[in-house]
Design a protein around this ligand. Structure first.
Ligand SMILES: NC(=O)C1=CN([C@@H]2O[C@H](COP(=O)(O)OP(=O)(O)OC[C@H]3O[C@@H](n4cnc5c(N)ncnc54)[C@H](OP(=O)(O)O)[C@@H]3O)[C@@H](O)[C@H]2O)C=CC1
Ligand SMILES: O=C(O)C1=N[C@H](C(=O)O)C[C@H](O)C1
Length: 252
């Protein structure tokens, strides 16, 4: 049995994962952590991870960027693997994550779904052909009105996949309203839309002369992220220190 600490257990994703794990005999939540205490769970919950002294095999984190440093320190000190799903991390926090990965296993992914992880792979092939042929790349993401970070972590990861295939030649443009000038050849435009209960949509547009190719992923429920996170937790428990991602967990 894989013992999980669910960090952010009373949030939207924390509750989705609570339901998924209830049905899974291979894994159990032994403790939860959340700043919001207004939900009753079947497991004990504390308001900050430093207060959690229950032994566990892995931490799953879906919380808030401000909480991630505490999670990294906790997991590094105790050598507990961590599945890091929170988005909107700063450059300093990404560096902190690299340091923590010297002490424990860290799997970070901005999107735990099969579809987006396959899309990242497909984009590398597309970018090698279309980017090299001079097609412009634009990304549009849409999410619910409760999301705090923009653009989404997934949009940035998709841009990174394209950029990697183009040997890191691209810059990212998040706001065309600032400069009154034509689009640069080597930029990737990234735009964010927020509204209602949209679970998550990502479109990657390759626009060339007289032809356009679009890749689109639509999430219809948060369960696709939850299932991926639980599979990642099972995979990561017992793994040695180091950096991991979803391509280590799913066959692509
Ligand atoms: N990788 C992936 O596949 C996915 C990633 N995400 C990301 O996961 C994160 C969480 O998403 P979601 O569940 O929708 O967000 P929610 O806001 O619904 O949940 C986050 C929870 O974490 C709590 N929290 C905030 N600060 C702390 C803290 N210091 N310690 C413990 N708990 C804290 C919040 O409490 P309070 O409300 O009181 O602040 C809230 O209950 C986001 O960054 C989102 O982008 C989401 C879906 C998929
Ligand atoms: O906040 C969300 O909801 C989501 N966040 C992730 C992101 O920022 O990419 C993943 C998913 O799209 C849902």
């Amino acid at each position: 049995m894989v013992r999980v600490i669910m960090h952010g257990c009373n949030g939207k994703m924390g509750q989705v994962i609570t339901r998924i794990i209830e049905e899974d005999p291979e894994v159990e939540i032994v403790a939860g952590v959340d700043a919001y205490m207004g939900i009753t769970n079947t497991y004990p919950v504390v308001e900050s991870i430093e207060k959690c002294d229950i032994p566990a095999d892995v931490v799953i984190d879906f919380s808030n960027a401000a909480a991630v440093d505490g999670v990294l320190d906790y997991c590094a000190e105790r050598r507990i693997p961590v599945v890091l799903c929170t988005t909107g991390l700063s450059e300093t926090q990404l560096q902190h994550m690299e340091e923590a990965a010297k002490e424990t296993a860290v799997l970070k992914s901005a999107n735990m779904s099969l579809g987006i992880n396959l899309l990242m792979k497909l984009l590398k092939d597309a970018a090698k052909v279309l980017g090299t042929a001079g097609f412009d790349v634009e990304i549009v993401e849409k999410h619910h009105n409760q999301k705090v970070d923009a653009p989404s972590g997934t949009a940035l990861a998709l841009a990174d996949s394209v950029n990697e295939a183009l040997e890191e030649a691209c810059t990212y443009n998040f706001d065309r309203s600032k400069d009154r000038k034509k689009r640069e050849k080597n930029e990737i435009g990234i735009a964010a839309v927020r509204g209602g209960t949209i679970v998550g949509e990502h479109e990657v547009i390759f626009a060339g002369t007289d032809e356009v190719i679009e890749f689109k992923h639509t999430a219809y429920s948060k369960a696709i992220f939850g299932k991926g996170a639980v599979e990642a937790a099972k995979f990561l428990a017992g793994k040695p220190a180091g950096r991991y991602d979803m391509s280590d967990v799913i066959q692509l």
